[in-house]
Design a protein around this ligand. Structure first.
Ligand SMILES: Nc1ncnc2c1ncn2[C@@H]1O[C@H](COP(=O)(O)OP(=O)(O)OP(=O)(O)O)[C@@H](O)[C@H]1O
Ligand SMILES: [Mg+2]
Length: 509
């Protein structure tokens, strides 16, 4: 007796259909799984047999061979327990043959319960794209799978319930269409809480408008962490595609919010400086996405940047540039996306007061340069804006003046992003920060005055070619915020102000 049931496979974010084939024949009693199955899949045998016993379903006393096709792709994970169990039930005549456009995902417990698994969202999307119309998933994951429209999802809690349902003995409701919940933007943190600091706020608005990476330097208590935490509240709204991309990563990592599975506000990840390299960029035996991928389409905040081990920071350089990170393992390579806005904060020296207007720094020159040299030139280059956060003045702190709320800043950001979306349509570029050198010259048209000023600044500050490009990119953003096609003198002048820090602190750069 031969039959086939649809299952799914998963490699990193890439899901693919798996045919679970079963052959039952008379002969010595055995239960084997072939088809490049890893240890977790091989262990399925024990879980399934026990689940059958506990659910009082007869397990065929015959030779049972399961083949997971395509046989040349390594299968891992426990989510094929359910399709294998369905195939056994079908071959043993416990259930009628499942239709061709029906698939199963789920892990079984020894007691016959269907346990939740990771990666249900990317598997559901792939199932739908391969013509699956009905998908059985663990009850725990049903809400997450319902995010995908155009496929009927049933949440299953026990193997016995699945059997009864497929026999028509019980009714199960399919998951209703998903209605996204409006998530509060960035936990109620608002720029209105930050008193004064007009320069820093403007700089962060520019960064949000153009998707630029920012590094903030300032003394302890100047409000760097406070400002960074409020950036998500001014970032443009996520598109549905971005929401799905980010939720896919959380699904793989098993971090989907059970009550609101679809991520609709940009993630903010702030790993501590003791984070391991694998924790930051991804890794582990079963390669898990790292913090940088969990921040995909959102913000990665590295607070106390100089405290991170240098090696960890250097590993970040390439993913930041490429917007994806590849993790190689014996079982193959997985790639996770990591398109993030990188925001970093640090003190200028070990005591924190180098360059402070009133407090005296007690560090030696050598200590200061050693501290700053933890950030290598190439890493520093990843930041388009370098800003100094001056301590907030007493007048600002004590003032009764109402500060501008994030919602108003966000409207301006959204407008500037729309201008960029329009300009870069079809180029694969999504914001000014991602401009490539060939397009940069084309879109950064300067007035004569702007060209003259940039030339002066270039000579006076001894800028590198790289810094020149960065100033142009930031000036493009400033011009977009002003709704101007051309970059004029004032736009260049504002952009240059966000590049002077490396001259003050990293004088030798
Ligand atoms: N502009 C401001 N408006 C209102 N409160 C402020 C402002 N700046 C700082 N604060 C207050 O000071 C506290 C400390 O700020 P924050 O932790 O952001 O400083 P920091 O620059 O990150 O310091 P460190 O270098 O020690 O990490 C904030 O929690 C906030 O209460
Ligand atoms: Mg801080």
């Amino acid at each position: 007796m031969f039959c086939k049931v649809n299952g799914m496979g998963l490699n990193g974010l890439n899901a693919y259909p798996v045919d679970v084939e079963i052959e039952i024949s008379r002969g010595i009693e055995r239960f084997d799984i072939v088809g490049l199955a890893d240890a977790a899949v091989k262990e399925s045998r024990e879980r399934i047999k026990s689940a059958f016993r506990s659910s009082k379903i007869r397990f065929p006393s015959a030779s049972v061979i399961i083949n997971l096709a395509p046989a040349d792709v390594k299968k891992s994970g426990s989510f094929n327990d359910l399709p294998i169990a369905a195939a056994v039930m079908q071959a043993a005549g416990e259930i009628p043959p499942a239709p061709d456009d029906c698939a199963f995902i789920g892990e079984l417990s020894l007691g016959g319960e269907v346990r939740g698994v990771n990666g249900v969202l990317p598997m559901t999307i792939t199932a739908k794209n391969h013509g699956i119309k009905t998908l059985f998933v663990p009850k725990e994951n049903a809400y997450e799978a319902s995010v995908v429209s155009g496929i009927d999802v049933f949440g299953i809690d026990t193997l016995d319930r699945l059997r009864q349902f497929l026999n028509g003995a019980v009714r199960l409701e399919k998951m209703p269409p998903y209605v996204p919940k409006a998530a509060p933007a960035s936990d109620g943190l608002d720029f209105a809480d930050v008193r004064g600091q007009p320069f820093a706020k403007k700089a962060l608005e520019v960064a949000a408008c153009g998707g630029h990476n920012v590094i903030m330097i300032g003394s302890p208590g100047s409000g760097k962490s406070m400002l960074a935490k409020r950036i998500p509240s001014i970032l443009p709204a996520m598109t549905f595609e971005e929401s799905i991309e980010t939720t896919n990563i959380y699904s793989i990592a098993g971090m989907v919010n059970k009550d609101a599975p679809l991520i609709t506000s940009r993630p903010f990840r702030s790993p501590h400086h003791t984070v391991s390299t694998a924790g930051l960029t991804g890794g582990g035996g079963i390669p898990r996405p790292g913090e940088i991928s969990l921040a995909h389409n959102g913000l990665l905040f590295l607070d106390e940047l100089a405290e991170f081990p240098r090696l960890t920071l250097e590993v970040l350089r390439q993913p930041i540039e490429d917007k994806k990170v590849s993790i190689s393992r014996a079982s193959g390579t997985v790639t996770y996306p990591c398109s993030v806005m990188l925001v970093a904060a640090m003190n200028p020296c070990p005591c924190g007061y180098y360059g402070h207007p009133t407090k005296k720094c007690v560090c030696s020159k050598k200590q200061v340069s050693q501290y700053l040299s933890k950030i290598s030139g190439p890493l520093l280059d990843r930041f388009d804006l370098h800003i100094e956060i001056a301590p907030v003045e007493y007048q600002s702190l004590a003032s009764q003046k109402k500060e501008e709320p994030s919602s108003m800043i966000r409207e301006r950001v959204q407008r500037a992003r729309e201008i960029q979306n329009e300009r870069y349509r079809g180029t694969g570029i999504n914001c000014n920060a991602a401009l490539t050198p060939d397009i940069l010259r084309e879109v950064c048209v300067m007035t004569d005055g702007a060209r003259e000023l940039l030339g002066e600044v270039f000579d006076r500050l001894g800028l590198s070619a790289r810094a020149y490009d960065k100033i142009l990119k930031v000036a493009r953003t400033v011009a977009d915020m002003a709704g101007s096609r051309e970059i004029d003198r004032a736009h260049i002048s504002q952009a240059v102000r966000y590049r002077t820090l490396d001259r003050k602190f990293w004088v030798n750069e």
